[in-house]
Design a protein around this ligand. Structure first.
Ligand SMILES: Cc1cc2nc3c(=O)[nH]c(=O)nc-3n(C[C@H](O)[C@H](O)[C@H](O)COP(=O)(O)OP(=O)(O)OC[C@H]3O[C@@H](n4cnc5c(N)ncnc54)[C@H](O)[C@@H]3O)c2cc1C
Ligand code: SF4
Length: 516
């Protein structure tokens, strides 16, 4: 055996699970297709990040019609948390049941909020979550305060919060994963810069999975990381019940490694692709695909960016991502539309340089003026699980992502409502853009968990129903996405699975002569 546990992928799910299991003494081998994200001035250079896409993969996936596109995703130690906006929100209690939306109903989870609550506490601790309990009207119960105080609003943001309050809204401090000490700025690792949301952190102060999980895990002698190691296939025993080999392409060419337990944490799209690529005589439709659901029910949120401009008022805010709103989370508030609309948060500041990198044809004077005056928002609506929204592989093994957005009326309504509110707040010029199929940042749902093997791929502890030693801990386990950012829930479930695995190893499971 090369390891007790092989973990494929080191992002929010895989990295967190590795840190949780590291003190157990179990021999852990982390396989990561990417490398450590190179540190350098490019980390904070909008042109490098948004124009040259230096930290995004250059691979192309196909859409449902076979058209190629570049997915906005990256392969690094720490996974997509290296680039994330670090908003760490818990799902609401009602998000664990079936929610009625305008576009249909979501799927209930096999666990409740209370099952994840202690793991949310732990994840908030590890990832430096800053926030203020009691402000968000929809927040679920917690046993104590956030581990770190809320990130302060800069003056223009504080004024906006007050003005939103006069309109009857209840803005809250957005929970954020940054290693920030505002009482001692001179010693604070985080310097509150304007290149955080979508950028890697040059000073390593973001609570990402590399810094908060993988590095602490690697401090244990029983944990090994192999970078540049892309897993291409999982092999099973003849009866198909156990994974017996992990095939990878890495610096030493093609290799096959073995472990008692294999954890897939490659992200919702790549994990589904890996299982589909591992089809065999015992699993002709793809590994763990007895239900036929591997790759199905892909979700990624309906996400839009909205910029509000007041030409006569400038916005000198540097770190803008401090406000969240859930006033329309459970209900639009309108009698003619008794459905949820979603979540609103501020975006990292859209500066002139960011705008130029994304729209190189716009004149510099215009982009600079724009960046100096805009207040920038991120609007999210829940998209619903649909079997036809799915990951498949072409004959040559290329990833094909079939995705038709749903619940769009609710998202349009959220955009309309927010536009109206911004106008009332004195922003006459408003621009918005909805993300397309390349916006895979919030990918979840392709390997849903549940109690019924005919209606789910994984059991409630993330084990593939069809196999004894295959677990999944990335975003793919989610049967519904909710309208809050997904990372904290991925981390919490990874911690829950880690505890379960630790207990099973401690009781002697998987220690037979064949690892059975
Ligand atoms: C720009 C941006 C902003 C975001 N902002 C937020 C935010 O503010 N809040 C939030 O909650 N979420 C945010 N997200 C989403 C968040 O990053 C993801 O939800 C989270 O990282 C998903 O965790 P995961 O474990 O499922 O996958 P990842 O974190 O993507 O980890 C998957 C890992 O598997 C590796 N891998 C893939 N295939 C293979 C293979 N075949 N072999 C070996 N390794 C493999 C990848 O390189 C990667 O390291 C953002 C994402 C982006 C891109
Ligand atoms: S705001 Fe803080 S955590 Fe974010 S990139 Fe800047 S220094 Fe890093």
């Amino acid at each position: 055996m090369d390891a007790d546990i092989i973990i494929i992928g080191t992002g929010a799910g895989g990295g967190t699970l590795a840190r949780a299991l590291a003190p157990s003494g179990l021999k852990l081998l982390l396989l990561e297709r990417g490398d450590f994200l190179p540190r350098g001035k490019g980390n904070w250079d909008p042109e490098a990040v948004f124009h040259h896409h230096r930290y995004h993969t250059d691979e192309q996936w196909l859409d449902g019609q076979g058209r190629p596109f570049h997915p906005v995703t990256g392969y690094h130690v720490g996974g997509n948390t290296k680039l994330y906006g670090a908003a760490l929100l818990r799902r609401r209690e009602a998000d664990f049941g079936a929610r009625r939306h305008h576009g249909g109903e979501t799927s209930p989870w096999p666990i409740q909020y209370r099952d994840l609550a202690p793991y949310y506490d732990q994840a908030e601790q590890w990832y430096y979550a800053h926030g203020q309990r009691g402000e968000d009207p929809t927040e679920p119960p917690a046993t104590g305060p956030f581990p770190y105080p809320a990130v302060r609003h800069e003056p223009v943001m504080a004024q906006l919060v007050a003005r939103l309050g006069t309109l009857g809204l209840r803005p809250f401090h957005l929970p954020l994963a940054v290693h920030l000490d505002e009482t001692r700025p001179e010693a604070s690792p985080c310097v509150r810069c304007d290149t955080c949301d979508g950028f890697p952190c040059l000073v390593q102060a973001k609570g990402d999975a590399e810094m908060s999980a993988v590095r602490p895990a690697l401090a244990h002698p029983n944990v090994t990381l192999r970078t540049g190691s892309r897993v291409t296939r999982l092999h099973t025993s003849a009866d198909g019940r156990r994974v017996t080999g992990v095939e990878l392409h890495g610096p030493n060419g093609t290799e096959q490694l073995t472990a008692r337990v294999v954890i897939v944490a490659a992200g919702a799209v790549n994990s589904a692709a890996l299982l589909l690529a591992s089809a065999s005589a015992a699993h002709p439709r793809g590994l763990a695909n007895g239900s036929g659901l591997v790759g199905r029910n892909y979700m990624c949120h309906l996400n839009s960016v909205m910029l509000g401009l007041a030409p006569w008022r400038s916005n000198p805010t540097v770190f803008q991502k401090t406000i969240g709103l859930n006033d329309f989370y459970d209900d639009s508030g309108d009698a003619d539309f008794p459905f949820p609309l979603g979540h609103v948060q501020t975006l990292g500041k859209v500066t002139g340089a960011v705008l130029r990198a994304q729209r190189p044809r716009l004149p510099r004077r215009f982009t600079d003026w724009f960046g100096q005056h805009s207040v920038d928002w991120w609007l999210t609506t829940e998209d619903l699980p649909r079997p036809d929204n799915r990951v498949t592989l072409t004959d040559t093994g290329r990833i094909q992502l079939h995705y038709t957005p749903n619940n769009r009326t609710a998202h349009q309504r959220l955009l309309r409502k927010w536009r109206g509110l911004l106008r009332r707040l004195g922003f006459p010029l408003i621009f918005s853009q909805t993300l397309g199929i390349d916006g895979v940042a919030h990918q979840v749902g392709t390997l849903r968990f549940g109690t019924d093997p005919a209606a789910s791929v994984l059991d409630p502890y993330g084990r593939a129903h069809d196999l004894d030693n295959l677990f999944v801990v990335d975003g793919s386990f989610m049967p519904s996405i909710a309208a809050v950012n997904p990372s904290l829930t991925i981390m919490a479930q990874a911690l829950r699975v880690a505890e379960h695995l630790g207990a099973r190893f401690a009781q002697g499971d998987w220690h037979g002569p064949n690892g059975a």
